[in-house]
Design a protein around this ligand. Structure first.
Ligand code: ADP
Ligand code: MG
Length: 274
């Protein structure tokens, strides 16, 4: 199954629109261990145009993390093809940013130096990296905390640092694996609002794995709902909301209600964490 977005199918779409950020073509992943064989993903196809925000929801163990690993090249499909910016993924890719549930910051480095780690690993020019780090810290409200160590930062601020680190090299594609899962509800909401703004300001393509139905509907252009193992795409829901989403008015729209209700219906009662 190939999923076309409205933008892709629009008549007279510019040539640029044919360039997709991510293309999964019938990818399957089987894990063989001594005890058993697990089919983590079965025949998943998905096309994500440049600049789109896609949320991925599904029951625990359905292969969401596996899917992001395929896109980043950390994992090879057992069959099928993963393409990132029209190139087949054959090994770890550097044109992505990755954010995980745990910020995984180095305790002995300040916030700023944790962010700059990305530049050191990639050999980015130091001056350019410092400038970009300052911009990102301002964008995420971290100005004034440049010299704070991770233990001096709240969970939300640590996750902001992890986000800045993932964005430092201006990756065209940002992969987020339950990035806000460990945060309290209010901090999570605040970071959702910031992520919407950062996505608009950077123009990056985002693939966000989340257990939160509200987070998926608030942030995404499309929500991919997966089935339990082996993971397949149950349905792709288009979210017909403007890019700029003021929080309280957005969550009060009939479209938000429609999308969240449909996700819950597909997941089945009680399948989602919230
Ligand atoms: N390296 C691995 N070896 C064996 N099984 C794995 C490995 N990674 C993931 N799995 C299995 O594949 C399935 C999908 O895992 P995962 O992608 O982490 O799910 P999700 O992120 O949706 O919770 C699970 O059943 C998991 O136990
Ligand atoms: Mg996972």
């Amino acid at each position: 199954m190939r999923i076309m977005s409205k933008a892709e199918t629009a008549a007279g779409a510019p040539a640029r629109a044919t360039k997709n950020a991510v293309e999964l073509d019938r990818v399957a992943v089987r894990f063989r261990t001594r005890k058993r064989d697990v089919t983590a993903l079965a025949e998943v196809s998905l096309t994500v145009p440049m600049g789109q925000f896609v949320a991925i929801v599904g029951p625990s163990g359905c292969g969401k993390s596996t899917l992001l690993k395929l896109v980043s090249g950390l994992l090879k499909p057992s069959s099928g093809t993963a393409r990132l910016r029209s190139q087949t993924v054959t090994g770890p890719r550097h044109d992505i940013g990755y954010v995980f549930q745990r910020a995984a910051l180095l305790e002995w480095r300040t916030a700023k130096r944790n962010i700059l780690l990305q530049a050191e690993m990639r050999g980015m020019p130091a001056e350019q990296a410092r400038r970009r780090a300052a911009e990102l810290m301002e964008m995420t409200g971290l100005t004034g905390f440049e010299d704070a160590y991770p233990h001096e930062l709240s969970g939300g601020m640590q996750q902001r640092v992890a986000l800045c680190r993932a964005l430092l090299h201006e990756p065209p594609v940002l992969l987020m694996d339950e990035p806000f899962g460990a945060l309290d509800a209010l901090t999570r909401e605040q970071l959702n609002i910031e992520l919407n703004r950062i996505w608009r300001e950077t123009g990056t393509t985002v693939l966000l794995v989340t257990h939160s139905v509200a987070e998926a509907a608030y942030l995404a252009n499309r929500v991919v709902v997966m089935t339990s193992r082996p993971g397949r795409v149950a349905e792709v829901i288009d979210v017909d909301l403007p890019a700029e989403r003021e929080y309280s008015t957005t969550v009060a729209t009939p479209e938000f209600a429609r999308v969240t209700a449909r996700i819950r219906e597909l997941l089945g009662a009680g399948a989602a964490a919230d």
